[in-house]
Design a protein around this ligand. Structure first.
Ligand code: CP
Length: 310
C-alpha cells in the first residue's frame, strides 16, 4: 500500500519540500484539471485567494487568479508594493497576518530570498511562493515538468539543457532540484559569470549526470528539451556586469539547424531577445503551451492545498 499523501493546508515554498511521489501526484491532478478548466467548476466556491505581488508579473499572478476563478473561488490582491501599506513602512509579517483574516490562501511574490519562508512562518493559512528573489519559483517548475510530460510523454530518459542566466534565474533553480528526482541528463549552458548556483549544483550532481559548458552549439544536437531563460538584468548588482553578458545566447533557425527533429523549446517567459520570433511558429516552440499549463497546474495546487480534491 502506498504512503498517504497530504496536501491540505501545506505551504509551497521550495520544491525541495516535496518528494518525487508528491510531485507525480500533483502532475496527475493537474492532468485531471484540463477538462475542469474547459468547463469551469465550483470546487472552491466561497474560498478566496490573495495575490500579494511585490514584483512585476504577468503569468504567475494572472494564472493564479484565473485558476481560482475557474474553480469557482474569488481573488483579491495587489500587483505592486507601491500601493500597499508597505509604502508606509509595514513589514511583510504584519502584511500576511492582516491579509490572512480576509482570505484562505496567499500567493506571494517578493524580491527578497527567504521572503516566502518568512511569510509562511507568520501566516496561519497556506503561502504559495510565486517567486522569491533569485532563489526559487516552485509553482513554475511544476508547470515546466507538466509541460515536458505532456509534450514528450515522459520525463525519464530525456536529455535536457538549461540555457542563459542560471545564477539569477529562479525558475532554473527549482526546476533543477525537481528534475534531479528523475532519471534525466542535464546540460547547463551559461556565460562563466552566470553559472548555476553552487548549492544547487552540489545537490543535483549527487543524483543525476550534469555537464556545464559555455558552448550552446555543441549541445544543441544532443538534447530533447531546451529550456531557455532571460538574463535577469534587474538582479545584477553591477550594471557593467550585465552589459558583458547581455545577448550571450540567441536561439534562431540557424542555431537550430542541427537540432533533433523532436526537440522542444521551453521558456518561463518573459523573453527579451533570447529566442528569435522566427522560432515561434515552428514545432520546436512550446512556450505558449507552457503558459496554458500554468493554469491547470495552479488549479491542481489550489484544489489540493484547500482540501477540495477529497
Ligand atoms: N514565468 C513567470 O514567472 O512569469 P511572470 O514573471 O510574468 O509571472
Amino acid at each position: 500500500m502506498g504512503v498517504k499523501l497530504e496536501f491540505e493546508g501545506r505551504d509551497i515554498i521550495s520544491i525541495k519540500d516535496f518528494s518525487r511521489e508528491e510531485i507525480d501526484y500533483i502532475l496527475k491532478v493537474a492532468k485531471g484539471m484540463e477538462s475542469v478548466a474547459a468547463k469551469g467548476s465550483d470546487m472552491l466556491k466561497g474560498k478566496i485567494l490573495a495575490t500579494l505581488f511585490f514584483e512585476p508579473s504577468t503569468r504567475t499572478r494572472l494564472s493564479f487568479e484565473a485558476a481560482m476563478h475557474k474553480l469557482g473561488g474569488s481573488t483579491i490582491g495587489f500587483a505592486e508594493a507601491e500601493i500597499a501599506s508597505v509604502r508606509k513602512g509595514e513589514n511583510l509579517a504584519d502584511t500576511v497576518r492582516t491579509v490572512e483574516s480576509y482570505v484562505d490562501v496567499i500567493a506571494l511574490r517578493h524580491p527578497l530570498e527567504g521572503a516566502a519562508r518568512l511569510a509562511a512562518e507568520f501566516a496561519k493559512i497556506p503561502i504559495l511562493n510565486g517567486g522569491s528573489g533569485a532563489e526559487e519559483h516552485p509553482t513554475q517548475d511544476l508547470l515546466d515538468l507538466y509541460t515536458i510530460m505532456k509534450e514528450r510523454g515522459k520525463l525519464n530518459g530525456l536529455k535536457i539543457a538549461f540555457v542563459g542566466d542560471l545564477r539569477y534565474g529562479r525558475t532554473v533553480h527549482s526546476l533543477a532540484y525537481a528534475l534531479s528526482l528523475y532519471n534525466i541528463e542535464l546540460y547547463l549552458v551559461s556565460p562563466e559569470s552566470l553559472k548555476m548556483r553552487r548549492e544547487v549544483l552540489q545537490t543535483i550532481k549527487e543524483r543525476i549526470p550534469v555537464s556545464e559548458t559555455t558552448n550552446l552549439e555543441k549541445i544543441i544536437p544532443l538534447v530533447d528539451v531546451l529550456y531557455v531563460t532571460r538574463i535577469q538584468k534587474e538582479r545584477f548588482p553591477d550594471p557593467a556586469e550585465y552589459i558583458k553578458v547581455k545577448g550571450s545566447y540567441k536561439i534562431d533557425m540557424k542555431t537550430l539547424s542541427n537540432a533533433k527533429k523532436d526537440l522542444i523549446i521551453l521558456h518561463p517567459l518573459p523573453r527579451v531577445d533570447e529566442i528569435a520570433a522566427e522560432v515561434d511558429n515552428t514545432p520546436y516552440a512550446r512556450y505558449f503551451q507552457q503558459v496554458w499549463n500554468g493554469i491547470v497546474v495552479r488549479m491542481a495546487l489550489l484544489a489540493l492545498i484547500l482540501g477540495a480534491t477529497k
